[in-house]
Design a protein around this ligand. Structure first.
Ligand code: NAP
Length: 464
């Protein structure tokens, strides 16, 4: 196709030459093939642009005749110069090597403009604007509508804002991107005057949960529309600079190819996806249901931990470790996201509740390990080495260690040792290994020598 365009252009360029020039060119007894596409026309120095492709083929044809003429000239030892012949000579003066590339460039530009889409964004909040900025910068026409008025923000980005959803739809965007909050998407979609759009419109959603919008779009949209479910796995913070290497998940839920304009629809979906690929995203095609299973243990947990740490109000210090800096970055990456977004991740992904429970259990387990250690110290204080209580440790400085503990840990240790005493009284003074530690909410903790081995207090303090 590219070659066809080039051939067409060169023929056109040749047609645009003055007929005298074409005539001369064809009959010129050239001494050697002129290596250029800019020809000086006689003494007048008129520059005649000639397409390199047509020029070189024309010159090849005349090269044989030129060589024969040169031989004849040599044989007769005449010094007749070309310039002195009655015909005006064709003198090669410059090589315009850029010309073929110019044709290629023009052909590419035509192809690029075919790829430009009119994208309508519904929901012009944080993410809608983030996406619009990049789409507009890439040359796509961007329309937007939202519950609030974002006329100024849209203008600053280079997008057109429509307060009225009817007017928005009557612009007939080829692609409609739903970028509303997860919780409001159903309401927004139901209120969108879809009947004013073309029936072949491609609907795309960017919700951070996927099975829910997939079912919703399939249920509410006319069957003639196309559906692409996507999740850019980044946002205004994590995708602030380049999108190179950032994951972009998608599923072609419905692209109607068995219809008259099937090829165009497919190309349109490809064009939309190509925008992200061109920005450097790592494109991951995946069923929506699988996305939700995976995202619950990655994205939802990331948001949760970020929010928990954010609630702790952690602050940078002059001696921050790399690990701590990473935690602060996590807090920073998640704190700008609305609570509604986070809540949507929880409510509309059935795997999220399970993951939250797993996180809680893991925290309990980690805490349990720590309090087990305290419990062991308490036992040694109560039953010092050599006493009949069975304490086997030899370190006599546990009291000192206990005094160094923060008040909360000391209290927990004392409570724990009181419990032990009570239990041992109940059991007739018989020491036990297993116990029910109240310090961890009544959960049965493993005793020393079972699953959680007692560790030195220093272990945790030196670990970063
Ligand atoms: P969001 O709080 O999830 O959504 C804000 C958008 O939802 C705004 O456009 C807002 O419109 C609209 N909205 C909220 N409640 C509405 C209601 N009752 N009726 C009509 N519109 C309502 O924040 P967001 O970060 O911009 O996210 C938008 C979508 O992108 C979400 O589905 C999210 O899952 C997805 N996403 C976000 C990120 C991210 O990093 N932020 C990344 C990937 C995907 P108004 O502003 O006009 O009120």
């Amino acid at each position: 196709m590219l070659r066809g365009r080039l051939g067409g252009s060169s023929a056109m360029a040749a047609r645009q030459q003055p007929s005298s020039s074409r005539h001369q060119h064809a009959h010129q007894p050239a001494t050697r093939p002129p290596p250029c596409s800019l020809l000086r026309h006689g003494r007048s120095s008129t520059v005649v642009p000639v397409a390199a492709a047509s020029l070189s083929s024309g010159l090849r044809a005349s090269a044989g005749a030129g060589a024969a003429a040169a031989r004849r000239r040599r044989a007769s030892s005449t010094t007749t110069s070309l310039a002195s012949s009655s015909r005006k000579p064709l003198r090669v003066s410059a090589l315009d090597a850029a010309l073929p590339f110019d044709f290629e460039h023009r052909a590419r530009a035509a192809l690029e403009s075919e790829r430009k889409l009119t994208v309508g964004i519904v929901g012009f909040g944080t993410f809608g604007q983030f996406l619009a900025r990049r789409l507009a910068a890439a040359g796509h026409r961007v329309l937007a509508t939202s519950r609030g008025d974002y006329t100024r923000e849209a203008a600053a980005i280079g997008a057109e804002f429509f307060r009225d959803a009817d007017a928005f739809c009557e612009e007939h965007p080829e692609v409609v991107v739903l970028a509303t909050s997860i919780l409001s998407t159903e309401r927004v979609l139901r209120s969108l005057p879809v009947q004013r759009l073309k029936r072949s419109t491609l609907f795309v959603d960017v919700l951070s949960v996927k099975a829910f919008p997939k079912q919703l779009l399939l249920r509410l949209l006319p069957p003639e529309t196309d559906i692409l479910c996507t999740h850019p796995m980044f946002g205004p913070d994590s995708g602030r600079g380049s999108w190179q290497g950032l994951n972009f998940m998608y599923e072609r839920v419905r692209v109607n190819t068995d219809c008259e304009d099937g090829a165009r629809r497919e190309a349109r979906a490809d064009n939309f996806l190509r925008f992200f690929a061109d920005e450097g995203c790592r494109m991951v095609e995946m069923p929506c249901e699988e996305h939700d299973r995976v995202a619950a243990s990655t994205q939802f947990i990331t948001h949760t931990v970020g929010r928990v740490l954010g609630a702790m109000d952690l602050k940078a210090t002059p001696i921050d470790t790399k690990g701590f800096k990473a935690l602060l970055e996590l807090v920073d990456n998640t704190r700008h996201d609305s609570f509604e977004l986070y809540y949507g991740l929880f409510l509309y992904n059935r795997s999220s509740a399970d993951e939250l429970e797993r996180l809680e259990r893991a925290l309990d387990e980690v805490k349990g390990g720590l309090f087990d250690q305290l419990h062991e110290i308490a036992r040694r204080q109560i039953f010092p080495p050599g006493s009949s209580g069975g304490g086997s440790g030899s370190d006599g400085d546990n009291t000192v260690v206990a005094e160094l503990l923060p008040p909360v840990a000391r209290r927990s240790m004392m409570a724990s040792s009181d419990e032990d005493e009570d239990e041992e009284e109940e059991e007739g003074g018989r020491p036990r290994n297993g116990r029910n530690g109240s310090s961890n909410g009544g959960r049965a903790l493993p005793g020393p020598g079972t699953t959680a081995e007692p560790r030195r207090l220093g272990d945790g303090a030196t670990r970063r």
